[in-house]
Write a protein that binds this ligand. Structure first.
Ligand SMILES: C[S@@+](CC[C@H](N)C(=O)[O-])C[C@H]1O[C@@H](n2cnc3c(N)ncnc32)[C@H](O)[C@@H]1O
Length: 284
């Protein structure tokens, strides 16, 4: 099981929220407005690999009306952290039971259910659940190509996923080991993250092609992290530390080069990390 700490997810949340592509999110809103013209129930949204609920906090304010979210993750500690973070984020908590949290935020009622399950095993069952939107953030680069095939073939709901890593990175200042280290990082990205060998930076391209094959209309838009020392020093340091650990695990860089590269990256003035957002809707 690949573990993500709630501290890391909290640190990246502001960068994630400001990087998500606003034009694609508007396109999503337009699609939902049309599809829900006569709807009487709250907007039902399933969030895959929800972690501590960052995607809900980023997206819910941009969606119209009352909402019913189901947060799915296989890490019970992250789901518990999500409950606490969402209570802190909401204007008021109307009720908080074992199964659901009822919140109010900016005049909207938001029900949040929590489901602890392993998505590598039962994605088809999840995709059978009634929903108006399936979403995810920073999740799809973890999955494997055969799993993506299962996912795309079973998908029958509008789908919006943000912040999938595309493998491009520019760091300032440059370091002589940048290219070698990025190659090693990509090799680590392609290892098994619980779904089989991970698609990593190829995930958006694979999803796009398979969803088009299944008759979806697909739009993609860039959502790069643009980080600098003034605003994101802690995130840059943590990102560099995590990347160096991953590169170290591949054994592809010698220890001295890795140490020098790690220090340079931790102190980098700025970096751009490529991500893409993707929206898939039924064709017409
Ligand atoms: C990079 S984190 C992103 C979390 C969250 N979406 C966000 O944007 O902060 C990936 C998430 O996927 C979850 N995850 C990874 N493999 C999973 C699996 N097999 N089943 C369910 N959740 C999984 C992790 O526990 C983690 O919360």
């Amino acid at each position: 099981m690949s573990e993500f700490s709630s501290q890391w997810l909290a640190m990246r949340e502001p960068a994630d929220h400001r990087s998500t592509n606003p034009a694609l999110r508007e396109q999503l809103n337009a699609v939902l407005t049309v599809s829900r013209t006569n709807a009487t129930h709250p907007l039902r949204i399933i969030d895959l690999g929800s972690g501590t609920g960052s995607n809900l906090r980023g997206l819910a304010p941009h969606l119209d009306g009352d909402q019913h979210w189901t947060l799915i993750d296989y890490d019970p500690k992250l789901l518990e952290a999500a409950r606490l973070a969402l209570k802190a984020w909401a204007d008021t908590t109307e009720s908080n039971t074992d199964t659901a949290l009822h919140l109010k935020k900016a005049g909207k009622r938001i029900q949040v259910d929590f489901l602890c399950t392993d998505l590598s095993k039962n994605i088809e069952t999840i995709l059978e659940q009634p929903a108006d939107l399936l979403t995810a953030a920073a999740f799809f680069d973890l999955v494997a190509e055969p799993w993506l095939e299962r996912f795309c073939s079973a998908l029958c709901t509008p789908f919006y996923t943000v912040l999938t890593y595309d493998g491009t990175e520019q760091w300032m200042p440059k370091h002589p080991a940048d290219e070698e280290a990025l190659r090693a990082f990509h090799a680590h990205q392609a290892t098994d993250k619980g779904f089989g060998l991970a698609a990593g930076p190829r995930a958006v391209d694979i999803m796009q092609r398979r969803l088009l094959d299944y008759g979806f209309q697909v739009s993609i838009a860039p959502s790069p992290w643009e980080l600098d020392q003034t605003h994101d020093a802690k995130l840059i340091h943590a990102l560099a530390t995590g990347s160096a650990q991953a590169v170290g695990e591949t054994g592809l860089l010698d220890a001295a080069t890795l140490a020098s590269w790690k220090t340079a990256r931790q102190e980098a003035q700025a970096c751009t990390i490529g991500h893409w957002d993707l929206l898939a809707t039924f064709g017409s």
